[in-house]
Write a protein that binds this ligand. Structure first.
Ligand SMILES: Nc1ncnc2c1ncn2[C@@H]1O[C@H](COP(=O)(O)OP(=O)(O)OP(=O)(O)O)[C@@H](O)[C@H]1O
Ligand SMILES: CC(=O)N[C@H]1[C@@H]2OC[C@@H](O2)[C@@H](O)[C@@H]1O[C@H](C)C(=O)O
Length: 369
């Protein structure tokens, strides 16, 4: 009988909007039994500290350095995760002893795979001791050490979802977080994946800078604006789009200067179109046309973005909810799944997902004590 883990995935992504938690019972292979999920938003003060940490991280040369606001931001991330897990377990009436593992992503503040550098804030050992639950963390480092990009990590979970739904034809999972990444899943084949371009980060940054809001809620600004084709062409001229996978992105890889002179609405519409065009450009790298695009991540909740993707896509576009999945929880579930795989020594990444030399496991295990 294979060991079945009751694992709690914890994701705080590059959008810096908060922490998603999801419980998953899994053998780390095909068995996926979904449990409760919850989201915990960061306060404005938390976000400001995380933004300062991302800015300070630009000067890092080593992944264990924590100058300036980085040390405080790391404490904040660990503390907010402890609070989130405590609240979640209390609300769901689950004892820590009933959880086998936490899969802890941490907060990415820098991602420069070409320099072998990816930095996720969060103290896995402290998290495990205080939560009283074993924690698997630092899941990107081993991949980078073996020649991979260290991202994306979620594809192995997308592949498990694709397998479980029995669609029977190639599907393209599109995860729209701060950055957008895709996984091409064809029945019986190993997943192919890469980051494709911006997700929500440019749009979130625009809204914060010009309207003092964290996001373009329900795509209202973008829907009121018009795409500026010249600005869009300038954005899409970035050499990133011609590069072949494997490839992965830092949150701040793109310069939004081409939309600086546009009205808020036109800038939002143009950035939406930019994200959509980046996603659809993944078409050039897949071995067969996908028959279905499945949208997940927070960007799937932005109707302006969904419309922009649907208008450009070569096949039907559906939200994860159409398949009975929870688009907001998929990343957190993925980190629960990855933690179970890590504990079993199974690969997290593959040559076709990160460019790692051979399928590689990863993650560090911190004992509860
Ligand atoms: N109702 C909504 N309307 C518009 N945008 C939304 C809505 N809900 C969520 N979003 C967008 O989704 C973002 C959060 O996405 P998500 O939680 O997937 O990001 P993340 O976990 O940081 O991802 P990643 O690590 O993949 O970058 C928000 O910052 C916002 O841009
Ligand atoms: C380095 C890093 O944290 N990358 C994130 C980011 O957000 C989306 C995309 O860029 C993806 O590469 C990754 O997140 C998801 C969870 C992943 O690794 O699959």
């Amino acid at each position: 009988m294979p060991k079945i883990f009751r694992a709690l995935g914890a994701m705080s992504g590059t959008s810096m909007d908060g922490i998603d938690l999801a419980l998953l019972e899994t053998d780390g292979r095909g068995l996926l039994k979904f449990g409760p999920t919850a989201s915990f938003a960061f306060s404005d003060a938390d976000r400001a500290l995380l933004r300062a940490a991302v800015a300070a991280a630009r000067n890092l040369n080593r992944r264990d350095e924590r100058p300036g606001p980085l040390a405080e931001a790391e404490s904040l991330i660990t503390q907010r995760h402890l609070e989130a897990v405590a609240t979640f377990l209390r609300d769901e009436d689950i004892s820590p002893a009933a959880i086998d593992l936490i899969g802890f992503h941490g907060q990415t503040v820098l991602h420069r795979p070409e320099q072998g550098l990816t930095v996720q804030l969060g103290d896995g050992a402290l998290f495990a001791r205080r939560a009283g639950i074993d924690v698997v963390y630092d899941m990107r480092a081993a991949d980078l050490e073996r020649g991979g990009q260290g991202a994306p990590l979620v594809p192995v979970y997308h592949a498990a979802l694709a397998e479980s739904c029995g669609f029977g034809a190639p599907m393209l999972f599109v995860n729209i977080g701060g950055v957008a990444n895709v996984t091409f899943c064809a029945p019986g084949a190993a997943p192919l994946a890469c980051d494709v371009g911006p997700g929500n980060a440019l749009l979130d940054d625009l809204m914060l800078a010009r309207a003092g809001r964290a996001m373009d809620a329900d795509g209202a600004a973008a829907r009121a604006g018009r795409v500026d084709e010249a600005a869009l062409a300038a954005l899409l001229a970035h050499p990133w789009f011609a590069r072949k996978p494997p490839k992965s992105l830092d949150r701040n890889a793109f310069d939004p200067a081409p939309v600086a002179g546009l009205s808020l609405e036109d800038a939002a519409a143009t950035l939406c179109a930019f994200t959509a065009a980046g996603i659809v450009s993944a078409d050039a790298f897949v071995p067969a046309p996908p028959q279905m695009i499945v949208l997940c991540g927070g960007g799937a909740r932005n109707p302006a973005l969904v419309e922009a993707i649907s208008a450009r896509a070569p096949c039907p576009v559906r939200r994860a909810e159409n398949f009975g999945w929870d688009s907001q929880a998929i990343e957190a579930q993925a980190f629960a799944y990855l933690a179970a795989r890590s504990a079993k020594g199974l690969p997290l990444t593959f040559p076709g997902t990160t460019g790692v030399r051979e399928p590689a496991t990863g993650g560090k295990l911190a004992w509860a004590g």
